[in-house]
Design a protein around this ligand. Sequence first.
Ligand code: NAD
Length: 349
Amino acid sequence: MSVFSHPEFDGHEHVAFHHDAASGLRAIIAVHNTRLGCGLGGCRMFPYGSDDEALTDVLRLSRGMTYKAALAGLPQGGGKSVIIGDPRRDKTPQLIRAMGRFVDMLGGRYVVAEDSGTSVPDIRLMAEVTRHIGGLADEASVAAGRTGDPSPATALGTFIGLRAAVRAALGRDDLRGLRVAIQGVGNVGYRLAKHLHDAGAVLWVTDLHAPAVDRAVAEFGATAVAMDAIHALDVDVFAPCALGAILNERSIPQIRAKVIAGAANNQLATPADGRRVLEQGLLYAPDYVINAGGIIDIHYEGPGYDEAVVHAHLQRIGLTLSEIFERSKTSGQPTGEIADVMAEAIFRR
Ligand code: NAD
């Protein structure tokens, strides 16, 4: 496994590996760029098939955070961490504390928050051993019923972005009767489903975890579909809210929706897939733009947190996406490439 010559290395400032024998922790922290501020990003716990798979994921995710923070207008850089393991089987308080100590070793170059496979209680445990944490509410916010979980803001931002995409591709503002297929109804996908249901959309859902599907069926009248069928349904919008690389050479020709707008990170398997999506006449909302709600929320976390200010910032996701869609339409360039150029103009300035 090489790091400096890894295809996803992309000039990372820092990549650190850590093993803690006592807890069994095996983890990687990647810090892509700190030009605008410390490398902020979630800690993902996933049963990776190999170390190389974990490295590829953390490098891609970390780079995405630099671009995400820049386009979200935040004074932050990009970083990410991964724990190799199954969160439902391997997670222990000892392991999570060991991860917190690992974060601490980087001295604030990396600030950790929640991601797929980790949650607020995990970040709370890490906070016992490091102060370099985001995504935790202060006492006043906790008293007001908030936890610091960024998922609600990510889901609301994704909903705002999805609306902008539907407006651009289908020319409609009214979501009543809009047909949406959601892949993954976990922390974000479930809340996105709720926003869509409240707006009158009709839903199809799938998830690896059967109870998550049952909940969406019971609460939103969603139709459950097989995992390998969700992307190919005859719907208006396909919303990937599970894991990455869902938009690839094999899946794209099967997509029948006109809009792809979901919260999952790294949806395009390769940059060529961005062009493939465009050539097929699909409007793709670049993942790191539409799912920036969580990082925006984390930015405002702490004393004086004001939900109205956060919501106003989340609305900017829709405006940024509308600009990307417009530029893509006039230039014929894929939306992901347009977003990259816009972000680079900010963090390389
Ligand atoms: P989560 O783990 O709570 O939910 C993901 C869901 O997807 C789970 O229920 C899981 O069982 C399901 N899943 C996994 N593989 C699947 C597959 N192949 N087919 C169908 N379902 C599958 O995670 P989350 O916090 O909801 O995040 C979802 C996505 O959004 C991730 O890609 C994450 O990186 C991204 N994201 C999350 C946030 C956030 O604030 N939580 C912010 C930005 C981006």
